[in-house]
Design a protein around this ligand. Sequence first.
Ligand code: SAM
Length: 267
Amino acid sequence: MLNLIGLGLGNERDITLNALEAIKDSDIVYLESYTSKLNCSLENMEALYGKKIIIADRTLVESKAEETILKDAKKKKVSFLVIGDIFGATTHADIVLRAKKEKIDIRFFHNASIMNAIGITGLELYKFGKTTSMPFFDKDWRPSTAYDVIAQNLKSGLHTLVLLDIKIAEPSKSDLLKGMTRPQEPRFMTVNECIRQLLDLELEKKLDVISDKTELVGCARIGSDDFIIRYGTAKRLLEVDFGKELHCVIIPGKLHFIEEEFLETYK
Ligand SMILES: C[S@@+](CC[C@H](N)C(=O)[O-])C[C@H]1O[C@@H](n2cnc3c(N)ncnc32)[C@H](O)[C@@H]1O
């Protein structure tokens, strides 16, 4: 049995009662650790769920699931925990398909996702276009996909949700030689970094997608008590400290007057 469990967005207590029961009844519990982050510690989760939690990194989920999660689920009750909703990140459809091929029984436990929690901004969920991701640029790699998707959505008057990069660096060769085998501290992109990269892309591509004066929405820690939402020009938002992770950015499309009135409350 494989329980695929969405944990929601805030802390360990956002789990549903059905999912909590399923975890308590499980033999093995994995937590997918690389596409998102909860506002709580692993210890808090283990204490509430009453189970030891195995951290599943990208390699374990995407390349070694057959030897770990799926192998266990053939004989035992396994829970695979995902922050947000199970289907809020592209990677988890793959584990469902592989479990189906192995004829493993699957139970789904849905929860809030960043994909719907952004309704708190007042922007209508039905009027969002394609969601995109902004990766950290480096000196040789500056992909413009996010900028291109925003341009496309704006043409149709649609809003764009930009998800921000989480960089989980594996130890380098020299780190390994020093005996370090654990991944280094992850790096989370901020609203400010995303806006700066979009302004850089505007200088290169010049499609009039964004300027200092474009009104944007910056969000941080949605679903937690200390969430922040700010609506303002790119220039103003660059001055805002959104605090700790996780952050995302929304580029509004054509606004209905109710959406406009709602957004004004975050000015
Ligand atoms: C790949 S998505 C994972 C989505 C997750 N499975 C879900 O259903 O919400 C992760 C990105 O979404 C955004 N995100 C997720 N949770 C967030 C939150 N609570 N507040 C703001 N942004 C969030 C961040 O940009 C983060 O890097």
